[in-house]
Design a protein around this ligand. Structure first.
Ligand code: HGY
Ligand code: MN
Ligand code: MN
Length: 417
């Protein structure tokens, strides 16, 4: 079958307008979004996405954990080509992280409808529940259940900072479907995800498209340091068991561990709780999550081991108790060569500059890669900034990414001439 003509392009203005309309739902306080999973804002965004998909002639499937599947029929009952990402955002998230991949998938359907193009395989646009893992850890929770990595019960028992259960919140917003989670996973031709890079490489090199060959691995370790609440004024320094100071020294060690595996390893703690968090009480307990990442699994495992050694040494010296619990993670991912080639060939056919790249962030594609041939398309983002309300992309970057996604998807779904 001949490749689709290089003049076959999506409607970049329509995609941009859809991005801006979705961005109105769950607005942040500084121009970005706070549309956290299973909130009323998430429900509103889901409803808008469903209306758009139905207006494009799709039927919407919904599984028991809230994953959404908008199907455009093919000419034959073949395994569909899936394309999508996530609509949930960080609390101080941007307008494009995840959303570009979902609405880029919808734009493909809209473009095919405009041109009356049919494909042998159906095409399904997905919205995966709780990719961010910020309200309910870990990240990529629902795509992980879909891929058989987590049990549904375990996922539904995850609680947020207010003790609310994932399953209860899913019921509260009314987005639990009846389709068994993962029922589709044995009938998937492929999965493609368009995502902003969330790093500085593509913009710095002036490259339009990232052909994602791998995703680096991730490890989340929750550390609990326990000392003793005491008065910050009247307690002599030698008598203190300061869990806040213990955390600070452990976080210094986290930075040193990551730097010892330069240039690819990274480490930090984004989630930090101090108890009782009162200005005149020495912290009796701190709870924080150490996020280590690397393209090399042995480096991740080494950093986890070094963390355990350093945390126990520091806390022994300070008379503190420490507990470490692995609360999330996935091994480095190599995406499907056939799908990666389809992405690279699409970029070349369309005349977009491109380079192979390893994804620094985790994505639903990292789990779906376990059950279907999977690849990702990346576009640059301004200053490589993401997980920040100032996250920004250009219309041209969005258009180029969706054009490449279009060609990779229809090459795989096989256009009926
Ligand atoms: O954590 C991640 O890499 C993704 O943004 N959830
Ligand atoms: Mn994302
Ligand atoms: Mn994100």
């Amino acid at each position: 079958m001949a490749a689709a003509g290089q003049n076959l392009r999506i409607d970049g203005d329509r995609l941009w307008d859809s991005l801006m309309e979705m961005a109105q739902i769950g607005p942040g306080v500084a121009g970005g979004n706070n549309r956290q999973t299973l909130t009323d804002a998430d429900a509103e965004g889901r409803a808008l996405f469903q209306r758009w998909c139905e207006a494009a002639g799709c039927t919407m499937g919904l599984d028991e954990i809230g994953n959404m599947f908008a199907t455009r029929p093919g000419t034959e009952d073949l395994p569909p080509v899936y394309v999508g990402s996530h609509l949930d955002t960080q609390p101080t998230g941007g307008k494009y992280d995840g959303v570009l991949g979902v609405l880029g998938g919808l734009e493909i359907l809209r473009t095919l409808n405009d041109l009356g193009i049919k494909t042998r395989h159906p095409i399904v646009v997905t919205n995966w529940t709780n990719e961010e893992g910020t309200r309910f850890a870990p990240a990529m929770l629902a795509s992980g259940v879909f891929a058989g990595v987590h049990s549904q019960d375990w996922a539904e028992d995850r609680t947020d900072g207010e003790g609310k259960r994932f399953g209860d919140e899913l019921d509260r917003i009314g987005w639990r479907g009846e389709e068994p989670v993962g029922a589709r996973k044995d009938k998937m031709r492929a999965f493609f995800e368009l995502h902003i890079e969330q790093g500085p490489i593509l913009e710095a090199e002036g490259v339009d498209i990232g052909v994602v060959t791998h995703g680096q691995g991730l490890s989340w370790t929750q550390v609990t340091v326990t000392g003793k609440d005491a008065h910050t004024g009247s307690t002599p320094m030698p008598m203190r068991r300061n869990a806040g100071l213990g955390m600070a020294r452990i976080l210094e060690a986290v930075d040193a561990i990551a730097l010892s595996h330069a240039p690819h390893a990274v480490g930090a703690a984004g989630h930090i709780e101090v108890h009782p968090n009162s200005r005149n009480v020495i912290p009796g307990q701190t709870v924080f999550t150490v996020d280590f990442r690397s393209p090399d699994l042995s480096v991740i495992q080494g950093m986890e081991a070094q963390l355990a050694i350093e945390a126990n040494r520091i806390c022994d010296e300070m008379g503190l108790e420490v507990d470490l619990e692995k609360v999330g993670g996935f091994d480095p991912v190599a995406f499907d060569e056939g799908c990666v080639t389809a992405v690279r060939a699409a970029a070349e056919r369309l005349g977009y500059s491109h380079r192979d790249i390893i994804s620094g962030a985790g994505h639903d594609a990292c789990w779906i890669n376990r059950v279907a041939p999977t690849a990702m398309v990346m576009c640059p983002c301004v200053d490589g900034l993401s997980h920040n309300e100032a996250e920004e992309i250009t219309r041209d970057w969005a258009r180029a990414g969706a054009d490449v996604l279009l060609h990779a998807v229809i090459e795989t779904a096989e256009v009926v001439s």
